[in-house]
Design a protein around this ligand. Sequence first.
Ligand code: AMP
Ligand code: MG
Length: 324
Amino acid sequence: MRSRIGVLLLAVSVSAASSAGEWIADTQAIMGTRVHVEVYHDDAALARSAIAAVMADMRRIDASMSPYIEASELSVMNREAATHAVTVSPELFGLLQRSLEFSVVTDGAFDVTFASAGRYYDYRASIAPDAATLEATLPAIDHRHLELIEPNLVRYHHPAVYVDLGGIAKGYAVDRGIAILQAHGIVEGIVEAGGDSRIIGDRHGRPWNVGVKDPRKDGAMAVLLPLANTAVSTSGDYERYFEKDGVRYHHIIDPDTGDSARAVRSVTILGPEATMTDALSTSVFVLGVEKGIELIDEHFPGVDAIVIDGDGRMHYSANLEPLR
Ligand code: AMP
Ligand code: MG
C-alpha cells in the first residue's frame, strides 16, 4: 500500500450511493475541545444512541484523565505518586504504557512528564515560567522518572514530576469512540476531537475532505486531504499560544528545554489509529523536519507525515511521494 490517499483515489469511483440511510451528527464541547461525531446508518435511532454513547465515553475519559479536574485519577496520581506507589485503573495504566513506548521510540521527544515545567505556562494569561521555575522543574522532565509496576501501580522518582496526557488522550478517546460505533454496527463515520480524527469507511462512496490549516492564515487551508479508513492528527503552533517580545510561546514543549518547540509550524500524521497519530504529531513537531520524517519513514510503515516548516514550506514522508 503506497498511502491512504493514493488508495482512496482509486476507491472513490467504485462504490455508488444507494440505500435509505442517512447521516446523523452531533457536536459537543468536551475535554476542552470540539468533539464531532457523524455516522451513516439505516436506523437513525440506533445512530443517535451510538453517538450519545461516544459522547458519554469522552466525558468519562475526561473525568478520569483531565489534569484540570482535581478529583480525576490523573490528578490523584500527580499529587501522590512521588511519595508512594499509586494504584490506577487498567485504562490509565495502559495509556501510560503507550506513552512510554512513544518516549522510547522518539528518544524522549514525546514525554508526558513535559508538564513538570509545562504546567507553569498559562497561554490565556500570556505567562511563561521564569528562569528559576524552569531551572527547578526541568530535571523532572524525563519519562524514566515514571515507573509503571504491573499490573496497575505508578511511582514517580522525582519530587517535581507532573504528568499531562494532552498529547495522546484525545487520540485515545477517538479510538474508543470508533470502537463504540463499530460495536453498534456502524461502518461509515467519523469521530473528531479537536485536531485528532478517525474515519471508518468513507462518505458513502466519496472521501472525507480533511483540511490541513495554513498555520499563519486564519481560516485558510494549506492542503485538502481526501481520506477514508484512517486516523489523522494535526499539531500546530497556532492552536494555543501567546507572543511576547516577538517570540511565540505555544503548547508543544521540547522536553530538553522546557520551552516551546519552534522548528516547525504544523505536523499532520495519517495512520491506522488515533492514539498513534496523536502521539506522533506531537513527537514529530518536537523533532522537526529531518528527524521527524526520518522517525516516520524508519519506524512507522503505513504512517504518513506532512510537515509545514518555519518558512511555511511543506515536507512529506516517503509514502506521500506522489503529492510532492
Ligand atoms: P497536540 O495538539 O496533539 O500536539 O497536543 C498538544 C498537547 O500535548 C499539549 O497541549 C500538551 O498537553 C501535550 N504536550 C506538549 N508537549 C509535549 C511533549 N513533548 N510530549 C508529550 N506531550 C506533550
Ligand atoms: Mg498530538
